[in-house]
Design a protein around this ligand. Structure first.
Ligand code: FMN
Length: 180
């Protein structure tokens, strides 16, 4: 891939992966779901433990139930698809890292297909337990989040307390050879 003609396009695409919380009507096709799952499947993980299971949520009532677990994720009900990430529950730190990696790959893959995606955290232990109950996930597994996916209307944050957008300048977040 190094030096390929579309490298600049790929970099631009990566830089424009945003959190989508508002979706257009429309479905994610079976073929798109399959592609997303294959990208997730091939994500690297600590010692290649692949500590995950993916619950594909394409039932509107299930998405609505998940969205009701916590107010800041109410927007999940508007997405046509969610991929809930279930971890084995064997190693807290490395599985949290692996969860972040697979989440980001799902978001990038969705974006590359012209879809939007957004990560939604279920919340505290009780809220995680409620999400597990809804999705039939055994209590001993870890389930903290679902990645909502669908045709994106906008990446504006519609919540009453929106997250601040934009990014800190490189001059503030990068140093060379020694942190300054
Ligand atoms: C670990 C984690 C948990 C998040 N949980 C939520 C959430 O529960 N609800 C939500 O609307 N956004 C959630 N987000 C999305 C962040 O708010 C978003 O990544 C950040 O505001 C940057 O958005 P942008 O890329 O569109 O600028 C979460 C992001 C991460 C990394």
């Amino acid at each position: 891939m190094a030096g390929s003609a579309n490298q600049a396009e790929i970099n631009e695409l990566m830089k424009h992966v945003r959190q989508s919380r508002q979706y257009e009507a429309g479905a994610v096709t079976e073929e798109q779901v399959q592609q997303l799952l294959e990208v997730a499947q091939w994500t690297g993980s600590s010692r290649n433990t692949q500590p995950w299971h993916f619950v594909v949520v394409n039932d509107a009532d299930q998405l609505k139930a998940l969205s009701d677990v916590r107010t800041p994720i109410n927007w999940v009900a508007d997405a046509p698809l969610g991929v809930a990430i279930v971890l084995d529950g064997n190693s807290e730190v490395s599985e949290a890292y692996d969860e972040g990696r697979v989440t980001e790959r799902l978001m990038i893959s969705a974006h590359a297909m012209g879809l939007g995606a957004g990560v939604a955290w279920f919340g505290d232990a009780d809220q995680q337990a409620e999400a597990k109950r809804i999705l039939g996930i055994p209590a001993e597994r870890t389930a903290r989040s679902v990645v909502a996916i669908g045709p994106s209307r906008t990446s504006k944050d519609p919540r009453p307390n929106p997250s601040q957008g934009g990014r800190n300048p490189l001059s503030e977040i990068v140093s060379y050879n020694k942190m300054d």
